[in-house]
Write a protein of this length. Structure first.
Length: 329
């Protein structure tokens, strides 16, 4: 009889543990059909930006050698474009002109590379934003490029006039990821400041928005089709959603001792992240609140940024000098 009661108590305890585990957003390890593309050794692949056309070129910043890389996925060939002496490119995005635009920390400048002629144009930051440690960029609906600098700056380039302006961030060092919502608003995340901010595009003022979790290390941001702002938390291993219409926040913990770095939203409004702790790309479905992990086939992938196009999500494995593509379907 005692053994019966002991077994029953054990069963009830296991059931309670199982219930708790089910309440936490679960992960399903999945081995996806990832495609890997080697880039020149020592190039220091950092950020990626695939052209929107299927099968089109995939641009990446070769930070260690001061170049912009161009991968042709069909044959795996890579071309490197020299950005100038002292270049150390960090971010790259595709502009409304279909050209790659680069935030170059070494040059302390915004750089454009013509996709046909490969001509390089450079817009230096103003003297009062020297050593801004440029990070990432995003275009607004008026065609202005907004950028962040981790040393405590954010700013704007007007490509039509060449004017570059920079503002000091409200809490100093930390501005990192940046995004533009379909509604036209621009938000950035501060890694060191642990906040996100909305930029007034007329005055340049930044309004700080506090996430519910303190000292979370908001690293990168991305907007979905409903203009909700998604945030990767580096320090606490969470993903969060901010709803500008209501001011509401929602947060989910990635499975395990996670460190969420990159974030990108696919055409189905599913959220993709890179988790350095599990060496995986992680897909989060807000509808089901489920996570799926896609582990790299090599240890220490170190994917710092994600971007994509219809049916594909791309990242740069900075730890291996190669790019990775996963199907989003």
């Amino acid at each position: 009889m005692r053994r019966f009661h002991l077994a029953a108590r054990t069963a009830r305890s296991l059931a309670r543990v199982l219930l708790v585990l089910l309440m936490v957003a679960p992960v399903r390890p999945v081995h996806a059909q990832a495609r890997y593309f080697d880039v020149p050794a020592g190039s220091g692949a950092h950020d990626v930006a695939p052209a929107p056309t299927a099968g089109g070129p995939v641009y990446f910043t070769a930070q260690a050698v001061g170049r912009l890389g161009i991968l042709t996925p069909a044959d795996g060939k890579v071309r490197l474009i020299d950005l100038g002496r002292g270049s150390a490119p960090h971010g790259v995005i595709i502009g409304p002109d279909k050209a790659p635009w680069v935030t170059d920390g070494g040059l302390n400048a915004i750089v454009r590379v013509d996709p046909d002629t490969f001509r390089v144009q450079i817009w230096p930051l103003p003297a009062d934003a020297a050593s801004a440690n440029l990070n990432t960029a995003s275009f607004d609906r008026a065609g202005h490029l907004w950028f962040t600098g981790q040393s405590g700056y954010y700013g704007r380039l007007d490509p039509a006039t060449g004017e570059v302006r920079a503002w000091k961030a409200p809490r100093g060092v930390g501005p990192y990821g940046i995004t533009t919502t379909p509604d036209g608003d621009v938000y950035y995340a501060s890694l060191a400041g642990s906040y996100i901010a909305r930029i007034d595009m007329d005055t340049g003022a930044a309004t700080v928005i506090e996430p519910p979790t303190a000292k979370q290390g908001a690293r990168r941001v991305a907007a979905d089709s409903r203009s909700r702002v998604w945030v990767s938390y580096w320090n606490t291993g969470q993903v969060a959603c901010y709803e500008p219409s209501s001011g509401a926040w929602h947060e989910w913990k990635l499975p395990g001792p996670a460190h969420a770095y990159a974030i990108w939203i696919d055409e189905h409004d599913r959220v993709w992240l890179s988790d350095w702790s599990s060496n995986s790309l992680v897909r989060f479905d807000p509808a089901s609140e489920r996570f799926e992990a896609f582990a790299s086939d090599r240890h220490g992938a170190a994917v710092r940024q994600l971007a994509g196009r219809q049916g594909e999500v791309w990242g740069a494995e900075s730890g291996h000098d190669r790019l990775v593509m996963l199907p989003t379907r």
